[in-house]
Design a binder for this molecule. Structure first.
Ligand SMILES: [Zn+2]
Length: 469
């Protein structure tokens, strides 16, 4: 906090100088923007777009028949909303298809487990696998285990994800989903199950991608619901062997071409400079992908549309990208980076809405120092929405990783994710989990940042040091 105050103090003079000579923003623009910001709070366009995608397409697993339906939906929605230019760009992927998924405790206390296959898992034999459970509290415990303990067994990691507003419990817990299958295989185990990476108490297991590499041995892997994980832990406490039968027929299924769908609201004086916002178009297949990530599409598409309608065309182009296959490959993100390699520096600032539709409370950036006066001005216009500036170490969304690593400046609008991981990647990720008023507040915030970024002649720095480098 102290650092922020010092830097605010240092930049005050600069902001003031800009305002004096009018080179930051005109009063007319700011008045229109503030009016739109406040109107957006009671506008339902973002919600209607979200409802349309979850109703008319529904689940959108990359490579499934609904993938193509989602691409068609996105093109026609962009056109209906009046975007100046709508394009699609191919994103190749190896398709993973979900099969049947069942698990049951065979001994000592027969019980049907609520399980879902982890994304990218290999299948069990058609008849299933039966084996004794070996229990580890955490992934680190499994990693440290003597292979003799794991040999011939089904591993089970019971660590529970913590609930936090910023979703930080996810990063701490998700490693088990990523690598337990590979670690189990390396120690001679026959399958891996984990407690779902989720904060709910429902019998709705959470899917999500496991790491996969055709050159690294792996085993079939699934996640069981939180109540089932509790039950298994209680059985294991009785210090007698617990045997389960697991049948997962999900499998890899050949090559597929999906598409990034791009809607541009063209700029005036700097048409070739892009403010890149958006969401991922794909989702997992268990629910309708409402909070992950139809709401992000609704929020960013609506923001661009409302800006054009109420404020007019701005200096730079607002580019809304609906990314392909974020969930199990970042296929669209990688393909875009490859296709635009020659003009990456034209990508001035990027943000992705991919954390549901909860109320936004924070604004973070990763921009060059020279752009901070603009950022503080944006923060000032965001403040009446209950949003405070956080810091200049923003990471932004997963689909922006390749562009961010190439040096693009990014921003994040931090959403309240207290309940997000109750539903994330489950059959419960459906439209009823979205509060239309909270979603509208998101649209208002995206309107402010996007319009102000697009209506300055300045850039936000390029070639910034990446947090993961
Ligand atoms: Zn997502």
């Amino acid at each position: 906090m102290r650092l922020l105050m010092v830097s605010l103090f240092l930049y005050c003079g600069l902001v003031f100088a800009h305002e004096q000579d009018g080179s930051l923003y005109s009063n007319e623009f700011l008045q229109k923007l503030i009016k739109l910001r406040d109107q957006a709070l009671s506008d339902d366009l973002g919600y209607r777009i979200t409802e349309s995608l979850t109703t008319e397409v529904g689940a959108r697993l990359a490579g499934s028949s609904n993938d193509a339906k989602a691409v068609a939906w996105a093109q026609s929605k962009f056109k209906e909303l009046g975007f100046d230019r709508v394009t699609v760009e191919p994103a190749k992927l190896t398709r993973w298809t979900r099969g049947e998924e069942t698990a049951e405790v065979v001994t000592p206390y027969p019980h049907q487990l609520a399980i879902t296959a982890l994304g990218r898992t290999i299948p069990t034999p058609e008849a299933g696998i039966t084996g004794e459970i070996v229990h580890f509290k955490t992934l680190a415990d499994l990693e440290a285990a003597d292979p003799a303990m794991v040999q011939g067994k089904i591993t089970f990691i019971s660590n529970r994800m913590e609930r936090h507003q910023d979703g930080s419990g996810y990063g701490k817990a998700v490693g088990a989903r990523g690598t337990s299958a590979q670690v189990t295989a390396a120690k001679g185990g026959i399958a891996a199950i984990i407690r779902s990476i989720g904060t709910d108490d429902n019998r709705t297991p959470h899917t999500g991608a496991a790491k996969y590499d055709k050159d690294i041995p792996s085993v079939p892997a699934g996640a069981i619901s939180n109540p089932d994980a509790d039950l298994l832990v209680n059985m294991l406490k009785r210090e007698q062997p617990v045997t389960i039968k697991l049948r997962l027929t999900s499998h890899w299924d050949g090559e597929y071409t999906s598409y990034n769908v791009i809607g541009d609201m063209l700029g005036t004086s700097q048409k070739e400079q892009y403010i890149v916002i958006g969401c991922h178009l794909d989702s997992w297949d268990l629910g309708t992908g409402a909070i992950d990530d139809a709401s992000g599409c609704g929020i960013t598409m609506a923001a661009a549309k409302l800006i054009r309608e109420e404020v007019g065309p701005l200096k730079k182009t607002i580019r809304v990208v609906l990314w392909a296959n974020e969930e199990y490959g970042l296929s669209g993100a990688k393909a875009y980076h490859e296709a635009h390699k020659k003009n990456l520096a034209n990508h001035i600032l990027g943000g992705e809405s991919d954390f549901g539709a909860g109320r936004i409370y924070g604004f973070g950036t990763r921009v060059g120092t020279a752009a901070m006066p603009i950022i503080y001005k944006i923060a000032e216009i965001l403040r009446p929405l209950g949003i405070e500036y956080s810091n200049n170490q923003s990471w932004s969304g997963a689909d922006l990783i390749p562009l961010r690593k190439a040096g693009m400046a990014v921003f994040s609008l931090h959403q309240d994710g207290t309940k997000y991981f109750d539903y994330h990647h489950t059959a419960n990720d459906t439209l009823d989990k979205i509060d239309p008023k909270e979603l509208a507040q998101n649209v208002a915030a995206w309107v402010v940042v996007t319009a102000m970024a697009a209506n300055t002649e300045h850039d936000f720095g390029f070639g910034l040091t990446d947090p993961e480098k």
